[in-house]
Design a protein around this ligand. Structure first.
Ligand code: ZN
Length: 147
């Protein structure tokens, strides 16, 4: 079935839906036709290629939050290199150690070799006198997919 692109009210692309789903959105008046197939009607509507939501949907959960955290994801993000010395990473280091409330988040974790991880132990990098080569960030889906 033909996929129809759904735009947010601010014209930001959200996702694709089936034509049937798009028509249902038009019927429920949650969306309007933004771009249509020329000269083709489906019922009373021009056959939609792109529909636009009538009211803005907050999509932080969809795009802003990025991919869910995972150990494999941290290694992929960091290119399997230790965040401290650049050698091959085999472990995940929690910048604020888990024993002190550090969580499994993109910004609190880096790939690390076991030597650096052991040396750092239950300390923050500053306490251990260790310097991170990179500032850990939330990777984009695209960056993870490339690895
Ligand atoms: Zn290291």
């Amino acid at each position: 079935m033909t996929a129809v692109l759904v735009l947010n009210a601010d014209l930001g692309p959200l996702h694709r839906v089936t034509l049937r789903h798009a028509i249902r959105m038009l019927l429920r008046e949650v969306a309007v036709v933004h771009e249509a197939e020329p000269d083709r009607l489906i019922g009373v509507y021009p056959l939609p290629r792109v529909v636009r939501l009538v009211s803005f949907v907050v999509t932080r959960w969809r795009f802003g939050a990025g991919p869910a955290w995972s150990r494999a994801g941290v290694h992929a993000r960091d290119g399997r290199r230790c965040g401290y010395c650049g050698r091959e990473a085999t472990t995940i280091d929690h910048i604020l150690p888990r024993s002190r409330g550090g969580r499994n988040t993109w910004k609190n974790t880096v790939a690390a070799c076991s030597a650096c991880n052991q040396r750092k132990g239950d300390r923050t990098p500053a306490e251990a006198g260790m310097v991170l080569r990179v500032k850990p960030s939330v990777p984009t889906w695209a960056a993870l997919a490339q690895r």
